[in-house]
Design a binder for this molecule. Sequence first.
Ligand SMILES: [Zn+2]
Length: 211
Amino acid sequence: MTALLSACTGSPDTPQRRAPRNTGASITQTPQGRACLSSLGATQANFTPLPDQYYGAGCSTLGTVRLGWLKGDEGRLDVTNLGPLACPVAASLQGWARFGVDRAARQILGSPLVRIETMGSYSCRNVAGTSRLSAHATANAVDVAAFRLADGRRISILDDWNSPSPQTRAFLRTVRDSACKRFGTVLTPDYNAAHHNHLHLEPGGLRPLCR
Ligand SMILES: [Zn+2]
């Protein structure tokens, strides 16, 4: 199970990149897709629906959106370095950013969130050391590296997960716990060394994993 879930590690066994094949289909053409776009739109997040594409080797971006920004209680929350993201994952990310991260930043650190820095979403790769595709290969996962606050502070997973500041540690444990309520799989630096610099957020899974 450990090997199966170390979903963001390294580059071994990377499927070959190929030119994308656009099927002409898009998220707007299925009832589930339209329902997701509608609920994401209701959050006032900024996003663009993307065409469905196949990249070969089992890699694809189906039912995805490109997020421009997320919506906080009092304004927009920037999100950096994101590629295509499956719409339900984008909706979970929006809810977590506003109700999990932004509010925790205000309550625990005394400053609102202004930006979430990511290490990406879609990436055509296997789980390291296995022949199983990562959730990133279908744009069903996002790796979160850091949080920028309105007062200028930057709280990163790499530098601050074991911060000497109790408040900073409490903030990061709180955003982890809120992520675990919205994503089936949340992997942190406590899981393994491959996650020393980010939180891996992925919906579903056979059983919840929050570590
Ligand atoms: Zn990941």
